[in-house]
Write a protein that binds this ligand. Structure first.
Ligand SMILES: [Mg+2]
Length: 193
């Protein structure tokens, strides 16, 4: 079986960080309103520090996080044909000590919501570019940049718009827009075999 590495945030779940920011600021930002990877980059540096304290001390965004439409059922289908690894980064260099809670929250969410994934295939780690596998699915270009992976799918997101088709083609990365498209790319071939 071919191995697939699937990212968690903004690939399987979405808008957790955005909701945290909106709840904290009493605002109603939408994903498309913010260009940067970290939504809190719209805050002043002083406000950002306070937000990060709130984020790490008082919140578990995975309690109320939304699923990217059709992610879970598609991963379940894929798991019949592929060896699936869920790979979630958790180290925040701005809060190294406190980052450990994110490892726990993410692990708990994956175990609860993706019960068909062998827990031994949950990888909590931030250096995703060293991971060798056949297929990678992620919303962050730097996680897909290395030479490993014959198929690299970038889930379209506000923060990765700066990479155009040529940029991605030179890295052997294909932009995809939803999980229906991922399913057709990865399962059509399988069913024919
Ligand atoms: Mg991600």
């Amino acid at each position: 079986m071919k191995k697939i590495m699937i990212d968690l945030d903004e690939t399987i779940v979405m808008d957790g960080y955005l909701k945290a920011l909106n709840d904290y600021k009493h605002t109603n930002y939408k994903a498309e309103d913010i260009d940067s990877y970290f939504v809190e980059d719209i805050l002043s540096s002083e406000e950002k520090e306070k937000f990060l304290d709130y984020f790490y001390d008082e919140l578990n965004i995975y309690d109320t996080i939304k699923e990217v439409p059709n992610a879970i059922k598609t991963i379940k289908k894929l798991s019949e044909y592929y060896d699936i690894y869920i790979c979630a980064a958790f180290v925040d260099e701005r809060r190294v000590e406190k980052s450990k809670v994110m490892a726990m929250y993410k692990y708990e969410w994956i175990v609860k919501n993706l019960p068909f994934i062998n827990p031994k295939k949950i990888i909590l780690g931030s250096a995703k570019d060293i991971i060798m596998c056949d297929i990678k699915i992620d919303d962050k270009v730097s996680n897909l940049k290395n030479g490993y992976g014959e198929v690299k799918l970038l889930l379209d997101h506000r923060h990765n718009q700066k990479f155009d088709f040529e940029d991605l083609e030179s890295l052997n990365i294909r932009r995809v827009y939803n999980w229906e498209q991922i399913e057709s790319i990865l399962l059509e071939g399988c069913e024919k075999e």
